[in-house]
Design a protein around this ligand. Structure first.
Ligand SMILES: [Zn+2]
Length: 249
């Protein structure tokens, strides 16, 4: 017997499924990351429209035998359609979705809240896209339990000097002192960038995005965190392949 279930969710991926249908990946608050089939989504005008970036309350049928979900209806919170009118924003949002897919297993209510705010901010504060990107990665690393203490080396436990440049340990996927570094990854965190990340780690996402940062520092920290995101993902990210997000957004 099919059951009716519902959850707040965001569409993070959508692909063709047969001739007429689509298979969606939803980041849901209540069921984690799930596949949902949207029947007739490609042809019928009456079919429920649920495109990538859409945030809403999703009404689903769950088949407990097949453990599969089909889409019944969606009450839109925000379509985030505005993002698609700008290439930089589109890439940033697709990058967010790719990171959500790569870190499947993180805390889904927290991931949902972060993605929802990040997409809203891309719509309302396009000019802060670089900082939105920085804080999305930094908060996601924290949600995944990978954010390390930036005051002392997580390996030898030594407290960093005030002006110390941090290196990186790839096995731990974390910054560390130069003595504990594993590879020449080019992952160097200067003291100013460390202070910024340390300060914003205790702030809410939106407040953190509004913390002023110079153009140069923004660019440097963003590229550091984009590399960090690839390391955490354990693979090359499709949305970083073109180099667009690495340049000035
Ligand atoms: Zn150390």
């Amino acid at each position: 017997m099919e059951r009716n279930v519902s959850s707040l969710a965001i569409v993070v991926h959508s692909q063709r499924y047969g001739q007429l249908h689509r298979k969606l990946k939803l980041l849901t608050v209540d069921f984690g990351l799930i596949d949902v089939v949207s029947y007739g989504a490609r042809k019928s005008v009456k079919a429920v429209k649920a495109e990538v970036f859409l945030d809403g309350q999703f009404f689903l049928y769950f088949n407990p035998v097949k453990k599969s979900y089909t889409l019944s209806d969606v009450q839109v919170v925000a379509t985030h359609d505005e993002i698609r009118s700008d290439l930089g924003s589109t890439y940033a949002a697709l990058f967010f979705c790719e990171m959500i897919l790569n870190t499947n297993g993180g805390d889904s209510p927290e991931q949902y809240a972060l993605l929802s705010k990040a997409l809203d901010m891309l719509v309302s504060h396009r000019e802060l896209a670089n900082r939105i990107l920085i804080q999305f990665i930094w908060k996601l690393i924290a949600i995944c339990g990978l954010q390390s203490n930036l005051e002392r080396c997580p390996i030898c436990d030594r407290i960093y000097d005030k002006d110390e440049i941090l290196s990186f340990n790839s096995q731990l996927s974390a910054p560390c002192c130069s003595g504990c570094a594993t590879l020449d990854s080019g992952m160097e965190l200067p003291p100013g960038a460390r202070r910024y990340l340390l300060l914003t780690s205790s702030l809410d996402f939106i407040l953190a995005v509004f913390i002023e940062l110079s153009e140069t520092a923004t660019q440097r920290i963003k590229n550091y965190l984009l590399r960090y995101a690839s390391i955490v993902s354990g693979k090359a990210l499709k949305t970083l392949a073109g180099g667009l997000l690495q340049s000035q957004l």
